[in-house]
Every structure is written in structure tokens, then in C-alpha cells.
Design a protein around this ligand. Sequence first.
Ligand SMILES: [Ca+2]
Ligand SMILES: [Ca+2]
Length: 438
Amino acid sequence: MEPVRNKYTMRKATGKAGITLMTLFLMTGLVSCNSSEDPNLTWLLGLADGTSQSTTGQVSSTEIPFSYNIDNIQQGTGDFVFETNKSIPVEILVEDPDGGVQGTRVLIRDANGERVLFRAVTDEAGNATGVVTVNQDEQSAVIEVEYNGQTLYVDLDITDVLQATVTVLVRVRADVSEIADADGDGVPDNEDDYPQDPDRATVVRVPAEGFYRVAYEDLYPKRGDADFNDYVVQVYHEQDLNASGKLVELRSYYTHIAKGAGYDHTLHLALPSEVSGVATVVRKDASGTELESQQLNISSGNAIDILGRSNLTISSSNTAKDQTFVMGHSAELTFLPDAPVALQTMGKAPYDLFIKVLNTGHEIHFAGRYFAEDGSDKYIDSAGFPWALMVPDYWQWPYERANIHDGYPAFDDWYLSAGTESKNWYDSPVAEFVFPAN
Ligand SMILES: [Ca+2]
Ligand SMILES: [Ca+2]
């Protein structure tokens, strides 16, 4: 198909219907939703006794003068659930002297400017709302606003931030321009990850590079021995977002990488109960040969089977000193929701990824998700420890008979400070205690 020239104009939110002939040009999208009613945001905010911090700035070094205001809700104490990543809801409002500006492209990159964390186009009120998922030790990000053919930059401090609201006030009125947009979704061809598909605009990878490693202790409800090598899997996600920034397809990739346990396990994923759709799981052996494919209708939080019995999905425990690392089986999940889903509704990767221990019949989930009637976390043990950890892909699990305290001396600083110190504890392993799995 030949690209067509579409007219677009950024439009005043306060304008009346007559001026409504706008078309947005979207770079890529992100969520548009009322965050105050969002259950996941409520959950996030409920975790902390947050405080607010406001930052303002004036910028006129570009040809387009603008000012900005950032309201951050900062993380308080008492909400530590052993998380090494964080998802930050971000709301951005772009205004000019006449009010909110529709059709402005908004992009958030990491501090290096290399990885796209979030992309959206402002809605009719001038708002773009989404979620940025980064490691806990990430301290800053950069917001880019495309305006009248120029890029406005705002630095965003995300240290300990639970939620950010950013208002960008541009002192010149929005222009009208033209874009080549073959599929007519409002995202220019050169920025559209799916230039021929009006239902998709952006691919966001989570994590932005590499994998997460997820490690489980399997003695639940008994305390574990803190070796975090009983069942280890690595995972990454690709989210397809439409032009308004909602999730239209999720692809998740799982590989079994260690089994330092006598017990056997299976791996499962539960999506939020309000999300429904069709899941397809393709399972492959260690050489990448397809073993089976399974399709399942998902609703009401019913779980998706990801990987089968752990004694059959890897040929080595990958936990002994004389072993060479081998990869286990893998699974590729494709989930097509019945309707586009706000990223805040989806929650934070790796979502509710859990194991079932076949020998005990127990499920093991991440902390922070399931609570007993007395309010206690079902997946924090009597010593205040979780049975599941998620870490970046260069984390190496302890050898058999070693534990995470030996392997990562800074781990104790991290959890004893409730996550405020040594946020990058996994960067400093002690080689004699950890399996060289890279
Ligand atoms: Ca397009
Ligand atoms: Ca498209």
C-alpha cells in the first residue's frame, strides 16, 4: 500500500466540535485512563505512605519556549516486597495558551536516551497517560514532547517515585502539519512499529533489554533455605500497544534455567481477573524444536500453563560446581485480549507468574499480591522473607548448599533497609557462591 498524506492538526481541548477535524499524529501510544479509578494504581499507592514533591522549570533554549511542572508522589516506608523493578504511572498534560493540546507526541526514554520506556499521543484534553517500568535503581528518565516540529525535553527524576504528573505549558500555539500515515492510525509511518496496521502502533519491551530472572524457593509454607535456585526461569515481554497506548497483544518468552530442588514444579501465569482473551502457548525443547502448542480462553483470572513438570524441562540442575550451564525448555505465550487493556490494569511485569509444587500441592507467588484475612502477606515467611524473587538477567543463583546472603553480601543491606539501600545488590556477586550462568 502506498502511504497517503493525511492532514493532522494539534487541536485545543477547549475547542468546539467545528474545529474537531483534527487527526492526531501519534508516535506510539500509551494508556489513556482515569488513574484515580484504576485498581492497580490504587494498589500501588496503597503500598506506601507517599509524600509529594513538586518541581518546576522554565526552558527557552529551544525556539519554542515552555515551562513545566512535575508533581511526584514519593515512595514512603513499609511497602517493601522485595521488588527489584518498579512500574511508575505517568500522566503528562500538554497545554498551550488556549488550553490542552490534542495530538502531541510524547515519548519517555531512559536516562541514556537509548531505550523507549513509554510512548503516547495526547488525547482530546491534552493528556497522555501510561506506565514506565524500570529497575528500582533507575534514577531518571527524559520526557520528549514533539511540538511544532521540534522536540521539547524535560528531565524526570524517578528516584523513589510512585507516580508522576507532568504538566508542560508551551507558550506558542500548536501548528498544523502533514504526515505520511499509510494505515491512518495517526502515527507517522516512520515512527509506527506497524505502519500497515491501524490497530497497532508501538512495541514496548519489558525489560527494555535482556531478561528478568525469576527464582523460587519451593518449601512453602515452610521457610526456605534462601538459595533461590529451586526453580529459576528467565522471561521477557513484548507489549503491542495501539495508537492510544493500550495493550492489544502481549508476547512473553520463558526459559527454564535451573532446578536445584528435589521437588518438581510447573510454571503458570495469572492475568488480572478483569482481563479476558485468548492465550496461545508454544513449548519448545532446549534445542528450540517445537513440542506442542496449546490455546486457552482466559477470563476471571484463570491461570495459563506456561511450562510443564520441571524434572522434564531441564537436563541439568545447573546448581553444582562441576556443571556446565545448559538451557532448559522454553515457552512462548501470545495473549490477545478481547479489548485493548490499559497498562495500569495489566500491572507490573512479570505479572502474577507463579509455580505449583507438585509434591506439596502448594502454589508459590510473589509477595505483595495475596494476603491472609489478618492482612499479612501470604508469601512473606516468618522471617520476613519471600519465596519468589525477580532480578536482572546477570543475576546468578547460589550453588547448592550456598545461599543468597553468601552469594550477594549487599542483599542483606537491601532488604534490612526495606529496599532503600543497595538497590543494585545483584551487581556484586561472590563468585565462589554463585553458579556462573551467563
Ligand atoms: Ca500509522
Ligand atoms: Ca500502525
